[in-house]
Structure formats: C-alpha cells, structure tokens
Design a protein around this ligand. Structure first.
Ligand SMILES: [Zn+2]
Length: 113
C-alpha cells in the first residue's frame, strides 16, 4: 500500500471513530425514549450496520452522520478490495487532490461538476 493510500486510510478510520463518538454523544444527551432505544439497538450492532439504521431517522444529527459514516465505510471497503479511488460514474481514476480533500470522494472532478 502506498504512503498516500495509507494516510488516507488512517484519516478514514479516524473519521469513522469520530462519527461513532458523535452519534453516541448525541444519543446520550437525549431524554426521549425512542433515542434511548436506538442507543441500545446500536450497541448490539457492528459499526458496519449503523448507517442502515441511522438513515431511517429524520433527525439531522443522525441522518447526516449516518450518511457520512456510510460514505467513509464504503471508501474503506473499496480500499480492502483494491477498488479505491475509482470514479463511480466514469470509472476513471479520481484525482489525488480530490482524495486529499475528501478521502471518501466517489467522483472525479469531471463527473462531480
Ligand atoms: Zn468520473
């Protein structure tokens, strides 16, 4: 694995952890029973299954974090499969600069415009 790829992977892993913490902190601060139930539900699931649960919630703190978590995890699994950095629309290589800006980027500069 190249140095750049390693660094991007570390950033994705850090962000994944931060998102998890952020979601937990948010839920810990809520009094409503449905949030407490969600907190217990998430504790029993692997982190990989959090997005599918969180995306159903219309609370922005949860749906936005859930969506980002999904993107970060998608990029990490693409790395594992050796498919990282490929544009999801045109299948060309995504520019390094774009990946530096956002390691979970899924589109090249041309397709993103
Ligand atoms: Zn493209």
């Amino acid at each position: 694995m190249s140095i750049q790829l390693n660094q991007l992977r570390t950033r994705l892993l850090d962000e994944q952890q931060q998102l998890q913490q952020q979601i937990q902190d948010f839920l810990n601060q809520q009094d409503r029973a449905e949030f407490q139930q969600l907190r217990l539900q998430l504790m029993q699931l692997s982190l990989a299954r959090w997005p599918e649960v969180l995306l159903h919630w219309h609370t922005p703190e949860l749906s936005v974090s859930g969506k980002r978590l999904e993107a970060v995890q998608a990029a990490l699994s693409q790395m594992e499969m050796g498919l990282y950095g490929i544009c999801c629309d045109c299948e060309l290589i995504i520019e390094n600069q774009r990946l530096e800006q956002d390691p979970a980027e899924q589109r090249c500069g041309q397709c993103a415009d």
